[in-house]
Design a protein around this ligand. Structure first.
Ligand code: RNT
Ligand code: ZN
Length: 417
């Protein structure tokens, strides 16, 4: 045990915190890493697949993005060298193995994802899943499940059902639950004359998708709201109220994306309310800069307060934590490593908070002591506990991480274009 860690352990003990116990708990909480940071959300449906801007956008053209599944897997393996703790892989439907053939989204099957299941099994990673309701010609006039065109709706209903079945089978194969997250870009650039009808149609389409029985042991459905998107500035069908209402009524997981609310609105305070009325929650931890820009997650106030809430609500088993950022302007391995590490560091800090003392002060209505504890905690040596954690999990930290990623950039990424 390094001296620094010994010292840190003693400092935390003064505040009633056991650092070894915190590390034990930390190591068990899974974080779901999104595959789409590796290729700017393009997917591999066709060799020239790409984002078509249906309410979702990446910016930047840093060299070396993964051009196929093998490269994406190679890059994820590289990122994992720097990412301690239990990591799951979050896949989108456009990341299947389609063998160079065009497979319609309503015709995708488990066999297109078996390769991923084997790959994740070998790494003891769980999987999460997402139907892909963007970058497709049938996003007709910006609408999918809420389209006035019955054929369009039917196509996307079938896609949703196909994804839930794939997820169920993936879960069975892995012996773990897959969380399948629904997000649809449906919306309008300018003020609609009729806000109600698209919402009725979306609710009806979702009812059809969720009417298909799928084992809850292997698949849990989640549904994500959004305030606005590019080209849907005035109206998003799946707004917060729509999603919250639908999820509570149907007991589906509410997905809270930290970039999907007003710029100063934080999702941390929503967790305790959502927990009371939705069976479980899915989080998309992201970082919006002035808008839903999906910058790489860092240990800022927003991330810290999200993790604090999960720990303070004792809800680590009910809140599923996923990442959702995609920055194409920096080395994508850095993006994954920085974001995943930031989320886990924030989680560690939350576990190192002198919570028992804080709650005790609160019970005594001694709010001065409560505030003092929160402030003092910020200067306790959490970095030494993090270093110890990286050592115990054999992950590269600090300058070793910086050097490792740059070396990979030189040896692998820079050769790709
Ligand atoms: C878009 C949503 C959604 C996507 C992913 C790729 O605004 O946040 O979660 O980012 O499905
Ligand atoms: Zn999201």
């Amino acid at each position: 045990m390094a001296n620094n860690y010994k010292y840190a352990k003693e400092q935390y003990a003064k505040f009633g915190v056991n650092t070894d116990k915190a590390l034990e708990t930390l190591d068990k909480i899974p974080l779901s890493m999104h595959c789409w940071q590796g290729d700017d959300v393009c997917g591999f449906e066709t060799p020239d697949a790409g984002l078509s801007g249906d309410g979702i956008q990446t910016t930047g053209n840093f060299p070396g993005k993964a051009r196929n599944i093998d490269e994406l897997r190679q890059d994820i393996d590289e990122a994992l060298k720097y990412i301690p703790g239990k990591t799951r892989l979050n896949l989108h439907a456009i990341y299947g193995e389609f063998g160079g053939k065009k497979v319609d989204r309503n015709a995708i099957e488990y066999k297109n994802f078996k390769g991923w299941v084997d790959w994740c099994k070998a790494r003891k990673m769980g999987i999460d899943f997402n139907p892909t309701y963007f970058s497709h010609p049938l996003v007709k006039d910006g609408l999918t499940l809420s389209s006035p065109d019955k054929g369009v709706r039917q196509y996307w209903v079938e896609h949703g059902i196909a994804c839930r079945k794939i997820a169920e089978k993936m879960g069975k194969e892995l012996g773990e639950t897959v969380i399948t997250n629904f997000w649809m870009p449906d919306g309008m650039k300018d003020m609609p004359a009729d806000r109600l009808s698209p919402r009725k149609r979306m609710a009806d389409s979702l009812d059809k998708i969720f009417a298909v029985k799928v084992s809850k042991k292997y698949n849990k459905d989640a549904f994500e709201s959004k305030l606005f998107g590019i080209g849907s500035e005035s109206y998003v069908v799946g707004s917060h109220e729509f999603v919250m209402g639908y999820c509570v009524k149907n007991q589906i997981l509410i997905t809270l994306d930290s970039g999907h609310f007003h710029p100063t609105e934080m999702i941390a305070d929503k967790i305790s309310s959502a927990l009371l009325f939705s069976p479980e929650i899915l989080l998309h931890v992201s970082r919006g800069v002035r808008w839903d820009s999906d910058h790489v997650v860092i240990t800022d106030d927003s991330t810290m307060s999200i993790m604090q809430e999960i720990i303070r609500c004792q809800a680590a088993d009910k809140v599923h934590i996923g990442m959702d950022f995609f920055d194409a302007s920096i080395n994508r391995i850095f993006a994954w490593a920085i974001g995943m590490r930031a989320a886990r560091k924030a989680l560690l800090c939350a576990l190192l908070d002198p919570l028992a003392m804080m709650k005790d002060a609160e019970a005594k209505v001694d709010f001065g002591t409560r505030l003092a504890l929160m402030e003092e905690a910020k200067n306790l040596p959490s970095a030494d506990v993090w270093q110890e954690y990286c050592q115990r999990t054999q992950k590269l930290n600090g300058m070793a991480m910086l050097k490792g990623v740059k070396e990979y950039e030189r040896k692998v990424l820079s050769k790709r274009n």
